[in-house]
Design a protein around this ligand. Structure first.
Ligand code: DQA
Length: 184
């Protein structure tokens, strides 16, 4: 995703797919040519602290570990993965806008913006791609303010409480959604 090359400057959790396309081709020529589809995996605020943040709730894996899980799943499922994280709402929205013409689907853990952001829900609607919402914790077993999601109404699927495996499940489901769409 050329447009999200910018995210390399703002997030340490930007995977290879956010590199400029030309560089990507040099380093990952086979993947670039052979991927079945391209998925943006977007992470919201405070997820950069995974591993040290409330481990009783979110576990001990870091966001780097999650990125690795997604990359491995992407290789298995023949998906190219852009993995990004930002604490800033406007940055997440800008990446979604950039993804509009560049990716086939979005997996998003909007973190706390889940419960507050009409703007992120609007951006997800605007880009007209399949969306899967992921939460590491079971938000419905937690505080009442976490029970409402602005994103769920625009998501094709929601995965909660499966830990970091939820990202892998989301990528697997995304393949099914994309294949079903392609078959129509
Ligand atoms: C979260 C749940 C949100 O309520 C919370 O604000 C997060 C993480 C999850 O993955 O469980 O930051 O999205």
């Amino acid at each position: 995703m050329t447009d999200t090359a910018e995210c390399a400057h703002t997030s340490p959790y930007v995977e290879k797919r956010c590199e400029p396309a030309a560089l990507r081709f040099l380093f990952y020529p086979l993947e670039t040519t052979m991927s079945f589809a391209s998925v943006l995996v977007l992470n919201g605020p405070n997820l950069n602290l995974l591993g040290t943040r409330e481990p009783a709730i979110y576990g001990s894996e870091t966001l780097d570990d999650v990125a690795r899980l997604c990359r491995d799943a992407g290789e298995r499922l023949d998906l190219s993965i852009d993995f990004c994280q930002s604490n800033a709402e406007h940055q997440l929205i800008d990446w979604l806008h950039a993804a509009r013409t560049k990716v086939d689907g979005i997996v998003i853990n909007p973190a706390a913006y889940t419960h507050t952001s009409v703007a992120i829900a609007d951006a997800l609607t605007a880009i007209e791609k399949p969306v899967i919402e992921v939460h590491i914790s079971n938000v419905h077993r937690r505080e009442a303010f976490r029970h409402h999601s602005y994103v769920s109404a625009v998501a094709d699927a929601i995965i909660v409480g499966c830990g970091t495996q939820g990202y892998v499940l989301a990528l697997e489901r995304m393949v099914t959604i994309l294949k079903n769409r392609a078959a129509k």
